[in-house]
Design a protein around this ligand. Structure first.
Ligand SMILES: C[S@@+](CC[C@H](N)C(=O)[O-])C[C@H]1O[C@@H](n2cnc3c(N)ncnc32)[C@H](O)[C@@H]1O
Length: 225
């Protein structure tokens, strides 16, 4: 997959649960979603009476602009997917056309919630590697389809600083996937795991049920010492 920039593609609550092995009791914890973009995770959690704080630089824009950015890229991405059939697993999304349909449903839910959620402080503009969050009392910080995936665009030092920042504000962090856009294991992963171990954190790679990029069915969980 070749992308000019980081794309505003979002995933659902069900996908977040699968990607991150989130149990029902995890959903009751204090969760922050970093690089949540146009995921419907926050909107769907809010519908269930649960609360999530989402942080993303995309939230500097209004709903119309985010919607426009999504529709600018969606067909190009789906046609790249169709042209590389061996790179994808269809256990979850079933087909490229279904994948497009699922992504459209997600962004509709996100857009429907966005302005209200922003006014309620659930969508906050911010970006790694420095977050303007004072406290350190989140139970879980999640980050999907940003760290490791864009390893070519963001170097080791960025990943290291971003992960330490997530560990500053949350007791545990979960990151998915661990593959790059080219489907290789992120070149930053092993060194980061060793460094986290050496600094007293507890990093583990966990198998998850979700897979779209072929072989992309693992997440990194790191717990504070
Ligand atoms: C592919 S989207 C993933 C959205 C969501 N996590 C999901 O999986 O559904 C990647 C997101 O990373 C965000 N992003 C880009 N640079 C960032 C940074 N420095 N810190 C945090 N998020 C960033 C983009 O704005 C975009 O919304």
């Amino acid at each position: 997959m070749k992308l000019d920039k980081i794309v505003p593609f979002g995933r659902s609550l069900d996908e977040y649960q699968s990607m991150f092995n989130l149990s029902d009791s995890d959903l009751d914890k204090k969760i922050i979603g970093i690089a949540d973009g146009p995921a419907s995770f926050n909107a769907e959690m809010n519908d269930r009476g649960k609360s999530v704080l989402s942080i993303d630089p995309l939230y500097q824009y209004g709903a119309d602009e985010i919607d426009r950015q999504f529709y600018n890229v969606v067909d190009n991405i789906i046609s790249q997917v169709k042209n590389t059939p061996d790179n994808w697993s269809w256990s979850y999304h079933l087909s490229p056309d279904k994948l497009r349909e699922n992504r459209v449903n997600v962004i509709r839910k996100f857009i429907g919630d966005y302005e209200t959620g922003k006014a309620e402080g659930r969508y906050v503009t911010g970006e790694l590697p420095i977050l303007s969050i004072d406290g350190d009392d989140f139970d879980i910080a999640l980050c999907s389809h940003f760290l490791f995936l864009y390893s070519e665009q963001f170097d080791y030092q960025f990943h290291r600083a971003a992960i330490l920042e997530m560990l500053r504000i949350a007791k545990e962090i979960r990151i998915f996937p661990l593959l790059t856009l080219e489907l290789g294991k992120s070149p930053h992963l092993d060194t980061l795991i060793n460094e986290l171990h050496a600094n007293g954190y507890e990093p583990t790679i966990k198998k998850v049920k979700y897979e779209l990029q072929k072989g992309g069915d693992e997440m990194l969980r790191v717990v504070r010492a």
